[in-house]
Design a protein around this ligand. Structure first.
Ligand code: NAD
Length: 366
C-alpha cells in the first residue's frame, strides 16, 4: 500500500502533509511512503531527511498516483487528473459546496475524499483533528503578528527611561484559535479580555487568566456540534452596539469569530475602528471568510483611520515546520483507523465502518 505526499502548489502554502519522523513510523508499520522531491523544503524538511527515514523520492505523478494521497490543500483539477481511480485522498476539502467541480471530478472516478474539516469534534477524534491543530497555531501566530505590528510594549514595562502600561488586548471568539490567542497574549503580559457568543466559553476565558466580556444579546447562539450559529439581524446589531465601547478601548484586537460555511459575522464596525487609538492593531483571523471587520483586506496589511489591520489568511503556513508536524500527526492517527495491518500487508478498511471516516467522507450529490 503506497502513501503519496505531493508538493503543495497553492501560492504561499509552505506546509507539507508528512514529516520524516512521522513517515518513519508509517514505514515501520508496513506502508510505502513516496514523497515528491522538495515537497518539504519550504517547511524546512529536506529530501535527505526523508530518504534517511526510508521515504522514496519521486516526481509529481509518482506522488499523486499512490493508493492513498495525503495533502494539506485541496488538489487542483490537474492534480486530480494525475490521481489513480479508486484511490483515497486525505486533505482539506476547502468547500462547503458538495457540488464543487474538483470534488465531483474525484467522485466520478471513485476517488474517496476524507475532508479533514469534517472530522467530528468528539474526544476519540481529537488526535486527528487538523482544524484544531492548525487553529491553535493560528491563534499563537496572530498574537505574535499583532505584537510585531504594535509600536508599543505588550507587557507592563518599568525602566529607568520610563514605563509602559500593559496593552489592552481583546480576543473575539473563544474557540481553539481564540483560546490559544488568549493564552499567548497573557504570556506576553497583555491585559487580556475575551468574548464569545457561546456562554460556556466564559469559564474557559477566565481559566486562562483573561477577563470575560459579558453581553446580553437576548438570544442563544449555540449551534450544532459545539459551533456557534448565526445571530438574527437584530441580535447582530445588538452585539455590535454592546461590543463597541469595549473594542474602542483596545490597543490590540485578535478576532476569530466564525460560523461554519457562513460569512464571518461583523463584530468590529468602521465606526469602532474610527474610535480606536492610532497605532492600534486588529488581526482578523476571519479574513478568508469576509472578516470580522469590514475594513480587513484578505492577505494584506492595511492602515485605516490610523489602525493597522492584518488580514493574512494562512497563519499556519507562517509556522510551516510545526504546522506540518502537527498536521502529519493528525494524518497518521487518521490512517491508523483507516488501515488494516496484518502479516499479509496493509489494506484499506471500509471507510463507512468507523464513525469518524464515515462523517469525514464527502459524498456525491444525488
Ligand atoms: N474534539 C473536541 O471535542 C473539540 C475539538 C476542537 C474544538 N471543539 C469545539 O468545537 C467548537 C468550535 O471551535 P472552533 O475553534 O472550530 O470554532 P470556529 O473556528 O468555528 O469559531 C471560532 C469561535 O467564534 C465564535 N463565534 C461565532 N460567531 C460569533 C459571534 N457572532 N460573536 C462572538 N463569537 C462568535 C464561535 O463560538 C467559536 O468559539 C467549540 O465548541 C470547541 O470547543 C471540540
Amino acid at each position: 500500500m503506497k502513501l503519496g505526499i505531493p508538493k503543495e502548489r497553492v501560492a504561499g502554502e509552505a506546509r507539507v502533509a508528512m514529516t520524516p519522523e512521522i513517515a518513519k513510523k508509517l514505514i515501520a508499520g508496513g506502508l510505502e511512503v513516496l514523497l515528491e522531491r522538495a515537497a518539504g523544503e519550504a517547511a524546512h524538511y529536506g529530501d535527505a531527511a526523508y530518504e534517511e527515514a526510508g521515504v522514496k523520492l519521486t516526481d509529481t505523478a509518482g506522488a499523486l498516483g499512490c493508493n492513498i494521497v495525503a495533502k494539506v490543500r485541496k488538489p487542483s483539477a490537474d492534480e486530480v487528473a494525475a490521481m489513480r481511480d479508486g484511490s483515497v485522498l486525505v486533505s482539506h476539502a476547502e468547500t462547503c459546496d458538495d457540488a464543487d467541480p474538483v470534488i465531483a471530478a474525484m467522485q466520478q472516478r471513485d476517488i474517496k475524499v476524507i475532508a479533514v474539516e469534517r472530522i467530528p469534534r468528539i474526544s476519540r477524534a481529537q488526535s486527528m483533528d487538523a482544524l484544531s491543530s492548525q487553529s491553535n497555531i493560528a491563534g499563537y501566530r496572530a498574537v505574535i503578528e499583532a505584537a510585531s505590528h504594535f509600536g508599543r510594549f505588550m507587557p507592563l514595562m518599568m525602566t529607568s527611561a520610563g514605563s509602559a502600561k500593559p496593552a489592552r488586548v481583546v480576543i473575539l471568539g473563544a474557540g481553539v484559535a481564540g483560546l490559544q490567542a488568549i493564552a499567548t497574549a497573557r504570556r506576553l503580559g497583555g491585559d487580556v479580555y475575551g468574548y464569545d457568543v457561546r456562554p460556556e466559553t466564559r469559564e474557559q476565558i477566565a481559566s486562562l487568566g483573561a477577563k470575560p466580556i459579558e453581553l446580553d444579546i437576548g438570544e442563544a447562539a449555540a449551534g450544532e456540534g459545539g459551533y456557534a450559529k448565526e445571530l438574527s439581524e437584530e441580535g447582530k446589531a445588538k452585539q455590535q452596539a454592546l461590543l463597541a465601547d469595549e473594542l474602542a478601548k483596545a490597543h490590540i484586537i485578535i478576532t476569530t469569530a466564525l460560523i461554519p460555511c457562513r460569512p464571518a459575522p461583523v463584530l468590529i464596525t468602521e465606526a469602532v475602528v474610527e474610535r480606536m487609538r492610532e497605532g492600534s492593531v486588529i488581526v482578523d483571523l476571519a479574513a478568508a471568510n469576509g472578516g470580522n471587520c469590514p475594513l480587513t483586506e484578505a492577505d494584506q496589511v492595511v492602515t485605516r483611520h490610523g489602525v493597522i489591520l492584518v488580514g493574512h489568511t494562512n497563519f499556519p503556513a507562517m509556522m510551516p515546520s510545526d504546522a506540518s508536524a502537527f498536521y502529519a500527526k493528525n494524518i497518521v492517527n487518521l490512517l491508523d483507523i483507516m488501515l488494516d495491518k496484518s502479516v499479509d500487508g496493509v489494506s484499506l478498511k471500509d471507510l463507512d465502518a468507523d464513525e469518524i471516516t464515515q462523517a469525514a467522507q464527502l459524498r456525491p450529490t444525488a
